[in-house]
Design a binder for this molecule. Structure first.
Ligand SMILES: [Fe+2]
Length: 272
């Protein structure tokens, strides 16, 4: 396996070392050893690659950064999941609007009325801040079943849906038998590269399982995220950009958005 630039096909191995330069006679003094890919602070934890896109940044202490969420990811066996499919697309919204959309449940019954709303109870959610991150548990239609069970049988995938918002731009949503990872990469103030990866507990073992996760992916990726959350975020972005409103109102059910934006302000002040 190698990494090849589509412009002139300079090719690097997976350690980042420059291996192939087509028509190398055009570079008689080139020292390949000094022309490898730029090294960035990066590490792997819970099956995810954690990187800082700044070569001068120090090594990442992911466990320290995640705090209590580190234990959650271990308990959920995130590192054992397999990638079923990934879809990356650019959409015309600010990255923070999409982070906002997954840190409140106020919109589920309205925006998602034709897709996932029937699976959730209205406004039955509990959440808390974990450092700059957020952990939210949203009650599903089967929540009443949990009342009849001892706490050790309460299931965060069956009786509720757990969401982690990992500061600043990642989200994990734990569906009944799969997990969505979303990353918001801002390209401009009003555009993001939205990358959604569906993780499943094991590779599909037959056509039936393949078809099941194909259906899940289509419903979640296009039906819910694409046609609903991304769609509405683009509409909000148009409204915000118009300058029609001097401020926006957040209610009691949107407290995590306040905390999220306060953390961004804090980080920006610390950068100054
Ligand atoms: Fe949503």
């Amino acid at each position: 396996m190698s990494v090849s630039c589509p412009y002139h096909a300079w090719t690097y191995d997976l350690s980042g070392a420059l291996r192939v330069v087509p028509n190398a006679e055009a570079f008689p003094t080139l020292d390949k050893a000094t022309r490898g890919l730029r090294r960035l602070p990066a590490t792997v934890r819970h099956g995810l690659i954690w990187a800082i896109l700044d070569p001068k940044a120090s090594v990442i202490d992911v466990a320290g950064f995640l705090g209590g969420i580190d234990d959650d990811l271990a308990a959920l066996d995130l590192g054992l999941q397999c990638v079923f499919r990934q879809h990356a697309r650019k959409r015309a919204t600010n990255w923070k609007l999409m982070m906002d959309a997954f840190q409140e449940v106020y919109h589920i019954k309205k925006l998602h009325a034709k897709t996932i709303a029937p699976y959730f109870l209205d406004m039955k959610a509990a959440g808390e801040g974990v450092g700059p991150h957020t952990r939210i548990l949203v009650g599903r239609d089967r929540l009443a079943e949990a009342k009849k069970l001892a706490p050790q049988y309460w299931d965060p995938r069956r009786h509720a849906t757990l969401t982690h918002a990992i500061f600043p731009n990642s989200l994990l949503i734990y569906h009944p038998d799969s997990t969505s990872h979303m990353a918001m990469f801002p390209t401009t103030p009003d555009e993001i590269l939205f990358v959604h990866t569906l993780l499943i507990p094991h590779d599909p073992r037959d056509d039936k399982e393949q078809a099941h996760w194909e259906r899940n992916f289509a419903m979640i990726d296009e039906g819910v995220f694409g046609a609903e959350d991304l769609f509405i975020s683009e509409q909000i972005q148009i409204g915000v950009k118009s300058g029609a409103n001097e401020s926006l109102v957040l209610g009691r059910f949107e407290q995590h958005l306040r905390r999220f934006h306060a953390h961004i302000q804090l980080m920006l002040r610390n950068e100054e």
